[in-house]
Each structure stands twice: as structure tokens, then as C-alpha cells.
Design a protein around this ligand. Structure first.
Ligand SMILES: NC(=O)c1ccc[n+]([C@@H]2O[C@H](COP(=O)([O-])OP(=O)(O)OC[C@H]3O[C@@H](n4cnc5c(N)ncnc54)[C@H](O)[C@@H]3O)[C@@H](O)[C@H]2O)c1
Length: 347
């Protein structure tokens, strides 16, 4: 499906992935109209969300006939959401709004039920009512729990989540499947794997580690540093989402038009190596002093509830369907993050 001239609705537009997706769409597609929804919740620094919205405005001004509308709204507010869908009648909807974060779901599970279950279902139902051509939504590698065989394959039952966050994401996949079957809505769920990059999420390890190093504090490496993550650079994630948006599952042969794909790097990195590269890149940018000694800033501790030791995406299904695979090297990606961090916080 050609996205040119289409109306696209993106929820979670002030979020890390949402804002980057929208900027790339404005930069690469002519004459698109994008409606962004976000409640600008204060789970992390709202200033960063406002910064991302300003970046979107810049991308619109440089686009070819791009049209942008921002709606501050909560997807759990059914009436408001219905009004927005009726007003704009999007062709493609991308649901990225969610209460993210595994650890916070232990402290405040209701926030996850509100945004990820009630809010998600509202978006899904609006897609049905408006007859969208493709509903794309964010799931997570967390659905694989702690017992899945690596690399994680979409064929795994993923029925043993270890956090409420993961359980809500798996529930979303089931709700989307049911709506695709009942109402024929072409929908695609994407299981993202630890997405990182400039202007990312301050609650995620790489960002909070940078903050702690700058403040001279120690970071905690869980499971004594014996964790592996399939870090996926933001541009790779965004390019993957766009490929998916352009290719809705076909309604054919009585098959339910619903698909789930991993979208990860297919190259898990050890947490210890990751932290070393991060510190090196922050030093190179002058964010950390040349004398910064990483070993003074690390505390190794046991595993914490809700976390998994390893994540590793099997990308066979995605590559076969879309001919695309993330390629950004961790050194390059963390270098870009460090350069952005310096500019954003130190001018
Ligand atoms: N970043 C990752 O590594 C990662 C990994 C797996 C899955 N995901 C999923 O990808 C999606 C995007 O993640 P992100 O990293 O950009 O997170 P993010 O927190 O930066 O973005 C989510 C945005 O949604 C908004 N939001 C939250 N609840 C809302 C609600 N009820 N109504 C309207 N807006 C709401 C927030 O204000 C935020 O701007 C989420 O669904 C997340 O669960 C992300």
C-alpha cells in the first residue's frame, strides 16, 4: 500500500518510537497527513516529549505537502477517541501509546490496564468502526517471558509472561487477532526489542546509566551483569515499522488477516560490553571526563522480579516477508545517543 496521500493516525506520537516514526514519514513520503495522539503523561520528563513534538514540527515544515495535527488525548477516553477517528477517518492506524516499562508495572499495574488494555481496545474498536485498511500496533519482546528458547520465534506460545506489562501486551495480540477474525481488520503486531537511540526513554537502562554516570552515581547491573539484550537502533525500528505499514496482511482463503512479527536486531549484546561502549562514547563526547573509571560506578546485584535474562529476536519471519533486517552497529548507535545527549543537556 502506497502511503503517499494517505491519512495516518499514530498514537503515542510524543513518545520515543512514535515521534521518530512520524519524522521519518514526513521526510520520506510526499503529501501525507498525520494525526498524532498523546496524553503527554508524566511517567518520564514531559519536557522531552515536548522536544520531540517540536522536532516533528520541524520535519513537517521541511516536508513536501505534509499535514500534521496533534491531539492531546488519552486513548482510554473512548468518547474523545471516537470523535478524533470520526473527524479524520485514517487509512492506517499505528498504536504506540502505552504505559511502557517492565519494572513500573510491578508498582502501578493499573496504569497498564488503563492504557494497554482499555486504551488499546478503544483504538481497536475505532479502527473497526472507521474501517481502517491496516492497524499496526506495538507489542513487546517481553511476551516471551523467561523460559522461551532463544532466538525467540513467533511460533513460541509466549504464554508465560513474568510481568503485568508483558501480560497486557500479550492480551493486545489476542484482542487484535479476535477483531481481525470477527471484523476482517488487517492488523499487524510488532514485538519490539529494547529500542535505543537519541532522545530515547529516560527510564531505559542506557539513558538512566548515562544520567547516573553524569551525577557521579553507581549503576546497578542486574543478574551480576549476565544479561543479554537484542538492542535495536531507533532508525532500524522505524524503517521496519514503515515496511509493515505498507504491507497489510491479505484477506484471503479464510485466513485471519492478522500477523505478529519480531522486530529486533538479531544480535544480543552482553550488558557488561554494552555499558563499556556507552561509557567510552560518553567520554569521547566529553560528557564524562577522561579520568572517568567505569569500575567505580558499577554495582552488580541479583536478578529482579519481572525481568528476563536474555532477549534475542529470530528475524526470519520479518526478513522473509519484508526483505529487511536492522543493521545499525551498537557502537554507531550508542555514539549517536552520546552525541545527542551532549547537545541536549550541555548545549
Ligand atoms: N522502546 C522500547 O524498547 C520498546 C520495547 C518493546 C515495546 N515497546 C512498545 O512500543 C510502544 C512505544 O514505546 P516508546 O518506547 O516510544 O514509549 P514512550 O513511553 O516513549 O511512548 C509512549 C507514548 O504514549 C503516550 N501514552 C501513554 N499512555 C497513553 C494513553 N493512555 N493515551 C495517550 N497517550 C498515551 C505517552 O505519553 C508516550 O508519549 C509502546 O507500546 C511500548 O510498550 C517499546
Amino acid at each position: 500500500m502506497e502511503l503517499k496521500n494517505k491519512t495516518i493516525l499514530v498514537t503515542g506520537c510524543a513518545g520515543f518510537i512514535g515521534a521518530n516514526l512520524i519524522k521519518t514519514l514526513f521526510r520520506t513520503k510526499d503529501s501525507i497527513k498525520i494525526i498524532g495522539i498523546d496524553n503527554l503523561c508524566n511517567y518520564y520528563d514531559v519536557g522531552l516529549k515536548e522536544y520531540r513534538l517540536r522536532e516533528i514540527e520541524n520535519a513537517v515544515s521541511e516536508s513536501k505537502n505534509g499535514c500534521w495535527h496533534f491531539e492531546k488525548a488519552d486513548i482510554a477516553d473512548r468518547k474523545k477517541l471516537t470523535d478524533i477517528f470520526e473527524r479524520y477517518r485514517p487509512t492506517v492506524t499505528v498504536n504506540l501509546a502505552a504505559q511502557a516499562g517492565v519494572r513500573y508495572s510491578i508498582i502501578n499495574p493499573y496504569a497498564y490496564i488503563e492504557s494497554n488494555i482499555v486504551g488499546f481496545f478503544n483504538v481497536l474498536d475505532c479502527c473497526k468502526t472507521c474501517g481502517v485498511s491496516h492497524f499496526v500496533y506495538a507489542s513487546s519482546s517481553s511476551v516471551y517471558g523467561d523460559g522461551a528458547v532463544t532466538p525467540f520465534s513467533e511460533d513460541d506460545s509466549a504464554n508465560t509472561p513474568v510481568s503485568v506489562y508483558a501480560a497486557t501486551k500479550k492480551s493486545d495480540e489476542l484482542l487484535a487477532f479476535a477483531y481481525s477474525k470477527l471484523h476482517g481488520i488487517p492488523s499487524t503486531g510488532l514485538r519490539f526489542f529494547t529500542v535505543y537511540g537519541p532522545a530515547g526513554r529516560p527510564d531505559m537502562a542506557y539513558y538512566s546509566f548515562a544520567d547516573k554516570f553524569v551525577r557521579g552515581e553507581k549503576i546497578k547491573l542486574y543478574n551480576f551483569g549476565n544479561c543479554k539484550r537484542d538492542f535495536t537502533y531507533i532508525d532500524d525500528t522505524v524503517n521496519g515499522i514503515i515496511k509493515v505499514m505498507e504491507s497489510p496482511p491479505q484477506i484471503a482463503d479464510g485466513k485471519v488477516p492478522h500477523e505478529i512479527y519480531n522486530l529486533g536486531n538479531n544480535k544480543p549484546e552482553n550488558l557488561n560490553d554494552f555499558v563499556q561502549i556507552l561509557a567510552e562514547k560518553l567520554k569521547k563526547e566529553g560528557v564524562l571526563s577522561p579520568g572517568f573509571d567505569l569500575s567505580d560506578h558499577i554495582e552488580t546485584v541479583g536478578m529482579q522480579p519481572g525481568d528476563v535474562t536474555d532477549t534475542y529476536a529470530d528475524m526470519t519471519k520479518f526478513c522473509t516477508r519484508f526483505g529487511f533486517k536492522p543493521a545499525t552497529d551498537l557502537r554507531q548507535g550508542l555514539g549517536n545517543f552520546a552525541a545527542w545527549y551532549k547537545k541536549y543537556y550541555f548545549g
